[in-house]
Design a protein around this ligand. Structure first.
Ligand code: HAH
Length: 331
């Protein structure tokens, strides 16, 4: 059974196989993580709000625990994420009188955060999602509106990469985003990263979050996205892979378990994904799931709060699902 087939060994000559963890899953899923995975990402514990709740207060304990577990088990760590519009803090964008802060102050605060965090983990974190999700999903704008953009202007993106590179010249620096295979958004991500490269901004990789489902995106859309991004000469990583059993607009809440049909289609899709990843093994350096097993997923609360989902290769008892065997078959 699965106890003699390790995911990380099956793909050891291709790419790292990672999982996102938090303090709870690090305890509950320790054996599964140690057996099948060789890379970890902190689901929330290295985000701005988790590390830096007040301007002169840092809280590293949870992130340190994850780094310690990885060190003890010979696993690599992806840093997620330095600059993002979500899960950040109000003080970052405000003056003491509650007014919006100014560009120079915000950039100085960004630099201080990046310096402090990247230097603390420079011997443990080999790559960072420096900037997460700045591309606008719909409409004519390249960048989504955010406090970062509205206060600092669009060069906050380049600055983030430059500050991270100064703090740890050895770290591999990624731009990370979701809906990365949708043709319209793909072209915007491509344009952003191409312009950063043309400005000699230190960027080494593109993270495709890969929050996919049973029907979308199509394999050919994923292939086209990987081809497009790889044409920039950068490495790629799938950084937050999960396969929801519900399409994005499906808000049904009646299921207490996945249907047989869902499990069958999920296995087929996972097999197709890893067949494609193997084909692009020369540009893909890591495949990280946004979790490890169905006993916990952020999808239990997104996009429908409190609705159970079953997106991984391992079930709620950490046993391999059909999807696991379809993935192993691609090796
Ligand atoms: O799939 C999406 C759709 C809309 C907004 C954000 C996302 C994905 N956003 C991701 C998901 C979970 C968080 O823990 C990650 O940090 C974030 O990168």
């Amino acid at each position: 059974n699965a106890q003699y087939v390790r995911l990380r060994d099956v793909f050891k000559d291709d790419f790292l196989v990672g999982a996102a963890v938090n303090p709870n899953t690090l305890d509950r899923q320790a054996d599964l993580l140690n057996y099948h995975f060789n890379s970890l990402t902190a689901e929330n514990e290295m985000k701005f709000a988790s590390l830096h709740p007040e301007e002169h207060v840092y809280t590293f304990d949870d992130a340190d625990r994850i780094v310690q577990f990885a060190r003890e088990h010979g696993m690599k760590v992806r840093g997620h994420t330095l600059v993002w519009h979500n899960q950040t803090t109000e003080w970052l964008f405000r003056n003491p009188d509650g007014e919006w802060t100014d560009r120079d102050t915000l950039l100085a605060r960004m630099k201080s955060h990046i310096d402090t965090v990247v230097k603390r983990y420079k011997d443990d974190v080999y790559c960072w999602d420096v900037v997460n999700e700045v591309i606008a999903d719909e409409g004519p704008d390249l960048l989504r509106s955010s406090h970062w953009l509205n206060i600092a202007g669009s060069d906050f993106i380049a600055k983030a990469f430059e500050y991270a590179n100064e703090a740890d010249p050895n770290a591999l620096l990624f731009y990370n985003d979701y809906n990365e295979s949708h043709p319209e958004k793909r072209e915007k991500i491509y344009l952003l990263v191409k312009s950063l490269l043309e400005q000699d901004v230190p960027i080494h990789g593109i993270g495709l979050q890969a929050h996919w489902n049973l029907h979308s995106p199509e394999i050919e859309q994923i292939r086209e996205a990987m081809e497009r991004y790889a044409s920039l000469g950068l490495k790629l990583q799938l950084t937050e892979l999960d396969v929801s059993v519900f399409d994005h607009h499906d808000r049904r809440t009646d299921l207490l378990a996945p249907t047989e049909e869902m499990l069958e289609l999920q296995a087929e899709r996972y097999g197709q994904f890893f067949k494609l990843f193997k084909e692009y093994r020369n540009v893909i350096t890591g495949v990280t799931f946004w979790g490890a097993a169905d006993d916990y997923t952020w999808l239990n609360d997104f996009p429908v709060r409190g609705r159970k989902n079953w997106p991984f290769l391992f079930d709620e008892s950490h046993q391999p699902k059909r999807a696991f065997w379809e993935v192993v078959r691609q090796a």
